[in-house]
Write a protein that binds this ligand. Structure first.
Ligand code: PBG
Length: 344
């Protein structure tokens, strides 16, 4: 070890540091007492993939530790989550190809998986839980796009306005089943206003909207598309999801959705977009929700599985970073495991 006392006394004496930030880091007790960002179970929305049938648990290869559940098994998972202090859930439906068509008809079938899961969860847990449902046509269309198709002189396009009608039908179906918030993730223009109006005209004024306001076209949705069987059969989603080179577009989408009646705004993905979370949060008075998406989860799982990093510490750091950036709520596949194992 270096012996500092050998140094010229004059040098050390002249240091007189005006401030020593290290003082506040000197013990664990002190660090705990000055920590500004604390993760709590209430900060999380746990995502669930629900499939038709019963007694079904299907592990998802691309999302180690995450499975698709039939409604009965989904209820078992809700019990587990509630016992951990997580009481908010977002439901995604996964359908067999035979229930998909060009008009996304199953999206508004009250006996389809999402409404069934909503009714069962509401019956079992009442208002002790908060339910969000994904509203998007991609798991219901036979081509996997988030809107309906239309032939034009310029070729096949994702038709904005006819898609709104189907999205509103879907939202109404979830609302009538008892969801707290519908969460439109399709990225069609004007859908928040259109869905808000449809809900209000149906007397469903108490049902809220969590808008996927700022949703980028991202490579990090890869594992989700395996989980939900929702990959587009041709082309990609760049004509409706956002270009990740832009932030002005994010602020514009957030403003529009707020004006159209959204109750909460989402930024998605989360980790490569912390700057966007911070900027949207600075602009709005609505709660900002961040979606720590499937690819972000899969990356940490993969790195941990080869021993490249300590999973508990990496997950805690990643989730803390998302909250520190300004997210009030975090949708994360890590949530239940992290709380169960005491990682947070
Ligand atoms: C449906 C939807 C997607 C995700 C949430 N809702 C997939 C997509 O847009 O292709 C992705 C979530 C994740 O990756 O965890 N449109």
């Amino acid at each position: 070890m270096h012996d500092l006392t050998e140094r010229p006394a004059i040098l050390l004496a002249s240091l007189e540091l005006p401030s020593r930030p290290r003082r506040l880091r000197s013990s664990a007790a002190l660090r705990e007492s000055v920590a500004q960002t604390i993760l709590r179970p209430q900060d999380f929305i746990a995502p669930f993939f629900v499939v038709p049938g019963s007694k079904t648990i299907q592990p998802i290869h691309a999302l180690p530790g995450i499975s698709r559940f039939s409604v009965d098994e989904f209820l078992v998972q809700l019990e587990r989550a509630v016992n951990l202090g997580v009481r908010s859930f977002v439901i995604f439906g996964v359908l067999p190809q035979t229930q998909k068509d060009a008009n996304a008809n199953s999206a508004s079938d009250p006996n389809s998986v999402i409404p069934s899961a909503i009714r069962a969860a509401r019956a079992a847990f009442g208002n002790d839980i908060v339910l969000y449902s994904d509203v998007c046509l991609c798991t219901h269309t036979d081509h996997g796009h988030c809107g309906l198709l239309r032939e034009t002189i310029r070729g096949v396009v994702i038709d904005n306005d006819s898609s709104l009608v189907r999205l509103a039908d879907m939202a109404l179906t979830h609302a009538e089943a008892g969801v707290d918030f519908v969460a439109p993730s399709d990225m069609m223009d004007g859908r928040i206003g259109y869905i808000r109006k449809a809900l209000d005209l149906s007397g469903l004024t108490d049902v809220g909207i969590l808008s996927y306001a700022v949703k980028y076209a991202s490579a990090f949705y890869g594992p989700f598309r395996e989980a939900a069987g929702s990959a587009p059969s041709f082309g990609d989603r760049s004509s409706y999801q956002m270009d990740y080179r832009n932030t002005s577009d994010a602020l514009r989408e957030a403003t529009l959705d707020e004006r159209e009646g959204a109750d909460m705004l989402m930024v998605k993905p989360a980790l490569p977009y912390l700057d966007v979370i911070a900027r949207v949060n600075a602009q709005t008075n609505l709660p900002v929700v961040a979606y720590n998406v499937s690819g972000e989860y899969a990356m940490l799982k993969a790195a941990a599985s080869v021993g490249a990093l300590d999973e508990a510490k990496a997950v805690r750091e990643a989730l803390t970073g998302i909250k520190r950036a300004g997210a009030s709520l975090i949708i994360s596949y890590h949530a239940l495991e992290a709380i169960e194992k005491g990682w947070l």
